[in-house]
Design a binder for this molecule. Structure first.
Ligand code: HH2
Length: 300
């Protein structure tokens, strides 16, 4: 149909709550753009080290369609050494402070340290993305609870330094689901309402290729825990292993993982390549929601 425009019909809205009394309502999966203010991240380490580089990159991701920005200052790639609190704060806070004035999309801080999360929330972040799921810093749960921030609870076996040495599971999906269920209970007991909790299977965090594939394939099992599910396949090693491609050439492989994650119910896709993956999410969502019902066509 030449010249026809398509418009999404409103699908049932879902929502989760953020710090500052804010709320995200969504009727399609959200794209979370990654901003690494680090010298050593596995893909973009060293590119956005200076605050002005990181801010410019974040603004570009918003232009490209990012619904959320995730700002991190400590690489969690396999083999990474921890970063000190002082260094993490020095890298993150100028970037978050500046961005909070310049963008309206919610800002997430990728940290496992309570003091860093608190400073980032004070500077304008409203989501805490904690890859340790509140386990590594005992003060983290109360920082999240008292701020009213949304929190990402991610599964990881081991810790970044050694997590890829010998990951082992019986049934990986059941074990990850059981872990996430327990972490929801811990979070709720600390005063974090379920409406603020996002779950993440932690692709690449203490997982072999077969574990990552099974988690993606059976992602819908995790949506049964009744929280939005975030997935972060972007350019990760399991895609490199499947394709025998270096990190610079994994965008098509990432696109396949993103499309299938959308089909299996992912609510948030954490990606480096926002423009490309925003298109992938749109098409996958239209197919999933059944085109003839979910999309209206108008003659332009
Ligand atoms: N992956 C990375 C970092 N943080 N957070 C969540 N919730 N889920 C993920 O899958 C996830 C994450 C690793 O990616 P990246 O930030 O690009 O690399 P690095 O850790 O080397 O900075």
């Amino acid at each position: 149909m030449d010249g026809a425009a398509v418009q999404m019909l409103p699908l049932p809205h879902k929502a989760f709550f953020l710090a500052g009394g804010r709320e995200i309502q969504y009727c399609r999966p959200l794209v979370m753009g990654i901003v690494n203010v680090t010298p050593d991240s596995f893909y973009d380490g060293g590119r956005y080290n200076l605050p002005e580089q990181a801010v410019a990159h974040a603004l570009e991701l918003v232009e490209q369609g990012a619904d959320i920005l995730d700002i991190g200052a400590e690489s969690t790639r396999p083999g990474a050494y921890p970063v000190s609190q002082e260094d993490e704060l020095a890298r993150l806070i100028p970037v978050i402070t500046d961005l909070a004035r310049r963008v309206t999309v919610p800002i997430s801080v990728d940290t496992s340290k309570a003091a860093v999360a608190q400073s980032a929330l004070n500077a304008g972040a409203c989501i805490v993305n904690d890859v340790s799921a509140l386990r590594w810093d005992q003060a983290m749960a109360s920082v999240v609870a008292q701020s009213g921030a949304a929190v990402v609870l991610m599964h990881m076996q081991g810790a970044p330094r050694t997590m890829q040495h010998a990951p082992r599971y019986g049934d990986v999906v059941t074990e990850v689901a059981t872990f996430l269920h327990e972490r929801i209970q811990v979070a709720e007991a600390a005063g974090i309402s379920k409406a603020r909790i996002i779950l993440d299977p932690g692709l690449g965090f203490g997982k072999l290729l077969e574990h990552n594939l099974e988690l993606l394939n059976r992602l819908s099992d995790l949506t049964k825990l009744d929280c939005p599910v975030l997935v972060g396949p972007s350019r990760k090693a399991f895609i490199g292993h499947l394709l025998d491609r270096s990190v610079e050439h994994r965008e098509w492989g990432t696109a396949a993982a993103v499309a299938l994650a959308v089909d299996r119910g992912a609510a948030i896709l954490r990606v480096h390549d926002v423009a490309m993956m925003a298109d992938v999410v749109k098409v996958a969502t239209a197919v999933r929601s059944n085109m003839p019902k979910g999309v209206q066509e108008h003659d332009a």
